[in-house]
Design a protein around this ligand. Structure first.
Ligand code: NAP
Length: 235
């Protein structure tokens, strides 16, 4: 039996990934910073709930103890993330971005990924087939954001692409350090969720596809890669 933890799984892509992995036979832990939302999501899916705020050391440490007591962990999906839009659903561009804005996004998207991965590493190292999926973004690709022919080129935000580019680098460095694990970054594609005020053009079913696939890679599957649903992406 494969046991999987998904951070930020009370809604959006994390919830849909949880739904699919439960259907595939995984024992799934729904990580949620809000107990009520997390418990409700877990009940709907036949999953387990664990309180988990990726920005809080104590919360993450407590979650690791709960999952360890529950029998350990095989698959970690670092999904919790924020884009940091304005109240009017605007993207914060280069003229407006501040160090504080950067810090907020990095605290969740980057330091959160490190905090959770670090806390769960001892459990993953005890698994026979450990897997980590870091939910990145197509906006992390320096190649794409510097290609005027690419639709991502025109995205004006600074903090979000920078944070996801950092997630890509984390992916590569962790993957090299732990060759026994399969550790990959994925780009779900522009998906209608609360993150972007539901402006995304894909459904969560489409967006979760690559997350679900990379959560199920076998011991001979790829590692240190960056993928969307149709294959490898340029860094
Ligand atoms: N939607 C897209 O187009 C798109 C494209 C590329 C990549 N992504 C990535 O996909 C991932 C999932 O995003 P989504 O689109 O599904 O957005 P979403 O519906 O807003 O879901 C984000 C999830 O992250 C959780 N979260 C935020 N901060 C957290 C924290 N400090 N601790 C724990 N959980 C936290 C949220 O919890 P609350 O409910 O408590 O806020 C929510 O469960 C993110 O990493 C995002 O960057 C999304």
């Amino acid at each position: 039996m494969t046991t999987t933890l998904i951070t930020g799984a009370n809604k959006g892509l994390g919830f849909e990934t949880a739904r699919r992995l439960v259907a595939a036979g995984h024992t799934v832990w729904i990580g949620s910073r809000d107990a009520e939302r997390g418990r409700r999501a877990a009940e709907r899916l036949g999953a387990r709930f664990v309180p988990l705020d990726v920005t809080d050391d104590a919360s993450v440490a407590a979650a690791a103890r709960i999952v360890e007591a529950g029998g350990g962990l095989d698959v970690l999906v670092n999904n919790a993330g924020i884009e940091g839009r304005t109240a009017g659903n605007g993207v914060v561009g280069a003229a407006e971005v501040t160090a504080e804005e950067m810090r907020t996004l990095f605290e969740t998207n980057v330091f959160g990924t490190v905090r959770v991965t670090h806390a769960f590493l001892p459990l993953l190292r005890r698994s026979a087939a450990p897997v980590v999926v870091n939910v990145s973004s197509g906006l992390a690709s320096v190649t794409r954001l510097t290609d005027p022919a690419d639709p991502a080129y025109g995205y004006p935000g600074v903090a979000y692409p920078a944070s996801k580019a950092a997630v890509n680098m984390l992916t590569v460095q962790y993957a090299k350090a732990f060759p026994g694990m399969r550790i990959n970054a994925v780009e779900p594609g522009f998906t209608a969720t609360d993150l972007n005020g539901r402006t995304g053009t894909q459904t969560v079913e489409e967006g979760a596809e690559v997350i679900v696939r990379m959560a199920q890679v076998g011991r001979d599957g790829p590692t240190a890669g960056y993928f969307d649903a149709s294959g490898p992406l340029p860094w």
